[in-house]
Design a protein around this ligand. Structure first.
Ligand code: MRU
Length: 427
C-alpha cells in the first residue's frame, strides 16, 4: 500500500501547509504509515517512537451508516485539559490531535487552518472565549469584560469571511452579560460566567451537529437514488461540529437508502477537497472520485454529475453566497449544463444585514500559498500572484438553500427572512 506522507509534501509551516511548524498546542497522533491494523481499546497508548496512537474505536466494523459516522473522529471538543482539535493541516497522512489551553492558541489554530470551515470556526471561537474566561484572574466585572473583549478581539481578527465566527462571539457576549446582570456578589457572578461560558460553547457545538442532521434530512429529499453529487472544498464533519452541511446532505441521503456517489473537486490552492473531503468520505465508506478543479465542466457536459451541493461561509439577504474560491465557477458551469446547484448552510451562516454578496468581506490569504506547492516553487521567483480565499456566487445560479429549518427557494430575500424569523435567528 502506498501512502503519501503529506507532511513531506506540505511540511508544517511551509506556505502550502501554514500549520504551526512547532505544532502549537499539545499533540497526539495516529500514524497511518504503518498500514497495519488500527489500535484497539479506548485509550491512547504511547508507542516506542513516542507517538500516541489515537484509536478509531472500531469504526470500520460498523455497518449502519449513521452509527458509523458517530464513531468517526471528533473535529473539536471541550476537554478538562483544553480545546482538542484534529489538525486539518496534517490530514490525510496523519491524524494528529492538538489541545489548546488559551485563546491565543485557538486564534492561531483558526488562522493557520488547523481548524477551518465556517461552522467549525464558530465553535472554536466560542471555546476560545470560554478558555479566555477560564484563565481570567478578573476580580471585578469590569476586569472580566476586559478579558472577554481581549479574547473576542484576537479571535475576530483571524478570518473575516466566515460569519459564524462573529455570530458565536456575539452569542457568547450575550450569555456573559446575562450572567453578569443576574443576582449575587461580583465574585459569584464571575464564577458563574466562567462556567456558563464553557456550557454555552458546548451548546453551540451540540446545536451545530443537530442543525447539520436536520439540514441533512431536508436536503436528502432533493437527491434521487443513484445520484452523483459534485462538491467543492470540504463542507463535511471536518468543517463543522460534526456530520457536515453539504456532506451531511449526502450522509442523510445514504442513510435513507439512496445510492450517492461524490465527485470531489481538489480545491486549489489549499486542497480541502483532495486532503479533507476525500479522507472524510473514505473514512465513512462513501464512494468518492477526486477530480482537479478544471475537470468539473468536462464531467458535467458528459452527464456524469446530477447535482452540486456546497457549503457557505456567509449568505447575504438576497441569497448571494460566499464560499471557497472556485464555487462561483462551479455554479456557472452547473447553470450552463442544467444541473441543480444547492447550498447547505445553517441559519448562523445568514447575514441578513448585508443586502447582497457585494458587501461580504473576502479574505485575501498569502500569495505564497499559490506560488508554492509543498514548499517547492511552482512559479518564477518574484511573479505577482493573488489568493482570494472565497468568491461570491450570485443568487440567480442557486437552485435552493438548505437550512436546518427547511429549504429556501427564490426569491431568497423573502424565503431566507421567513426562515430566519421563524427560528428567531439574527436578522
Ligand atoms: O478556507 P476554509 O477551508 O475555511 O473554507 C471552507 C469553505 O469554504 C466551506 O465550504 C464553508 O466554510 C462551509 S463549511 C460547512
Amino acid at each position: 500500500m502506498i501512502i503519501i506522507a503529506w507532511n513531506r509534501l506540505f511540511p508544517p509551516g511551509c506556505p502550502s501547509n501554514p500549520g504551526p511548524a512547532d505544532g502549537g498546542g499539545a499533540y497526539a497522533k495516529y500514524d497511518r504509515r504503518s498500514g497495519g491494523p488500527r489500535p484497539q481499546g479506548s485509550r491512547a497508548r504511547p508507542r516506542s517512537d513516542g507517538i500516541i496512537a489515537v484509536p478509531n474505536n472500531g469504526a470500520a466494523h460498523t455497518t449502519n451508516p449513521r452509527e458509523r459516522f458517530r464513531q468517526m473522529f471528533k473535529t473539536i471538543e471541550w476537554t478538562d485539559d483544553g480545546v482538542r482539535m484534529i489538525d486539518q493541516t496534517r490530514l490525510p497522512s496523519e491524524e494528529v490531535y492538538r489541545t489548546y489551553r488559551d485563546y491565543q492558541g485557538v486564534a492561531e489554530a483558526i488562522r493557520s487552518m488547523v481548524i477551518r470551515g465556517a461552522p467549525a470556526i464558530g465553535v472554536a471561537a466560542a471555546m476560545g472565549i470560554a478558555l479566555g474566561l477560564k484563565n481570567s484572574s478578573a476580580r471585578t466585572l469590569e476586569e472580566l469584560r476586559r478579558d472577554f473583549e481581549a479574547a473576542a478581539e484576537a479571535l475576530a481578527k483571524t478570518r473575516p469571511t466566515a460569519v459564524n465566527l462573529f455570530w458565536s462571539i456575539e452569542r457568547m457576549r450575550r450569555r456573559m452579560e446575562a450572567c453578569l446582570a443576574g443576582g449575587g456578589s461580583d465574585a459569584e457572578k464571575i464564577e458563574k460566567a466562567r462556567s456558563q461560558m464553557i456550557e454555552e460553547a458546548q451548546r453551540i457545538l451540540a446545536e451545530d451537529i443537530a442543525a447539520n442532521e436536520a439540514m441533512g434530512r431536508h436536503g436528502a429529499a432533493l437527491l434521487r437514488d443513484a445520484t452523483t453529487v459534485l462538491t467543492h472544498c470540504n463542507a463535511g464533519a471536518l468543517a463543522t461540529g460534526g456530520y457536515g452541511t453539504a456532506l451531511g446532505v449526502v450522509r442523510a441521503a445514504r442513510a435513507a437508502g439512496k445510492r450517492i456517489h461524490v465527485f470531489a473537486d481538489e480545491t486549489r490552492p489549499f486542497l480541502q477537497g483532495a486532503r479533507l473531503t476525500a479522507w472524510e468520505l473514505a473514512q465513512d465508506g462513501i464512494p468518492v472520485t477526486l477530480i482537479t478543479d478544471n475537470m468539473a465542466g468536462h464531467f458535467m457536459r458528459q452527464g456524469k454529475i446530477h447535482a452540486v451541493v456546497v457549503g457557505a461561509d456567509r449568505i447575504a439577504a438576497n441569497g448571494d453566497v460566499a464560499n471557497k474560491i472556485g464555487t462561483y465557477t462551479v455554479a456557472v458551469l452547473a447553470h450552463e449544463n442544467n444541473i441543480p446547484f444547492y447550498v447547505a448552510a445553517p441559519l448562523a451562516t445568514l447575514d441578513l444585514r448585508l443586502k447582497s454578496g457585494l458587501e461580504i468581506p473576502i479574505e485575501e490569504r498569502s500569495a505564497e500559498e499559490v506560488k508554492r506547492w509543498a514548499g517547492i516553487p511552482i512559479a518564477p521567483e518574484g511573479v505577482d500572484a493573488r489568493h482570494p480565499a472565497f468568491d461570491v456566487t450570485p443568487h440567480r445560479y442557486i437552485s435552493a438553500i438548505i437550512t436546518e429549518r427547511g429549504i429556501a427557494r427564490p426569491p431568497y430575500t423573502r424565503s431566507l427572512r421567513e426562515l430566519s424569523a421563524a427560528a428567531g435567528a439574527r436578522g
